[in-house]
Design a protein around this ligand. Structure first.
Ligand SMILES: [Zn+2]
Length: 182
């Protein structure tokens, strides 16, 4: 449960006085060596009977595309988990395509995955943390893509970068192709 607790702590700190301040519902998503998440509503971390609120990393990747197949195996014995596509090491696996194509595929996967969260939770803000969150282009590109999968004509949810997130431990995963994340 350590991962879940870390994710809740992150989501809470961002909701209280970070990138999600003044927002009622905050979904904090960690895109690091693993993929986790936490939910904060009215300044309180959601804590359900299974202590897994916000843990979206082992949901299946929505609408796998041709290049997402075959479904990637997960260490939990499943296949096609969001984590296997959105963790930092997943980006490194895309070396056979150009950097731009790899990032475009990643953004499309992230958009579809977050759209599933938005449809269920309808958060005001989605805050990203973890090494991959340092790719600044995500905040521009992903909201352009998620609308196609959100059950609303317009999506008011904002996608923002963490303010407090301590991603130093996973930051290395996003350093691809020998340069700083952008
Ligand atoms: Zn899994």
């Amino acid at each position: 449960m350590r991962v879940a607790n870390d994710a809740n702590c992150f989501a809470l700190s961002e909701a209280v006085d970070g990138a999600g301040r003044n927002a009622r519902v905050v979904f904090g998503a960690i895109l690091g060596t693993g993929v986790g998440g936490g939910i904060v509503v009215d300044g309180q971390a959601l804590d359900g009977p299974n202590a897994i609120a916000g843990e979206w990393g082992h949901n299946p990747l929505p609408l796998p595309a041709e290049h997402d197949l075959p479904l990637r195996p997960c260490y939990r014995g499943r296949a096609g988990c969001i984590e296997t596509y959105l963790c930092g090491p997943a980006l490194e696996r895309e070396r056979l395509v150009s950097e731009d194509e790899a990032l475009a595929r990643y953004e499309a996967r992230l958009a579809r995955s977050l759209a599933g969260v938005i449809n269920v939770l309808d958060p005001d803000v989605v805050v990203l943390d973890g090494g991959v969150s340092n790719l600044d282009r995500l905040y521009d590109h992903v909201p352009r893509l998620w609308g196609a999968h959100v059950f609303s004509d317009e999506v008011a949810t904002r996608l923002v970068k963490h303010v407090h997130g301590d991603s130093s431990g996973v930051r290395g995963a996003a350093w691809l192709w020998g340069g700083p994340p952008r």
